[in-house]
Ligand binder design. Structure first.
Ligand SMILES: [Cu+2]
Length: 108
């Protein structure tokens, strides 16, 4: 479960970033990626809570309707999302609003 600590750097070529959902937070809480990259949210089995990944802010041309929410995720689940448009995205868990994540997607 230390993958995130290793993957949280600023590797410019990362095509897939992992975000752990654990201990009532998204870790890391900020992710910088390039257009076309994928973010995978992972819920470790040792956590006991159900979470979701809900967009609270997306770039204007994406629209929240097109990029809304994951299903409810249980420990051991994964959720994957490809970011096709650059800009600033913000997410939270609608069940635990303290979980917040910023995803900044740059053009390549
Ligand atoms: Cu939650």
């Amino acid at each position: 479960m230390l993958l995130v600590a290793l993957g949280a750097g600023t590797a410019a070529s990362a095509a897939n970033k992992r975000v752990l959902v654990l201990d009532n937070r998204f870790a890391p809480a900020r992710v910088a990626i390039a257009r076309g990259d994928v973010v995978t949210w992972l819920l470790p089995r040792r956590d006991r809570l159900t979470h979701n990944v809900t967009a609270t802010k997306t770039p204007r041309r994406v629209g929240r309707r097109a990029f809304t929410s994951s299903r409810f995720l249980s420990p051991g689940d994964k959720f994957r999302r490809k970011f096709k448009r650059p800009g600033k995205y913000r997410f939270y868990c609608s069940l635990h609003p303290n979980l917040r994540l910023a995803v900044n997607v740059r053009r390549r």
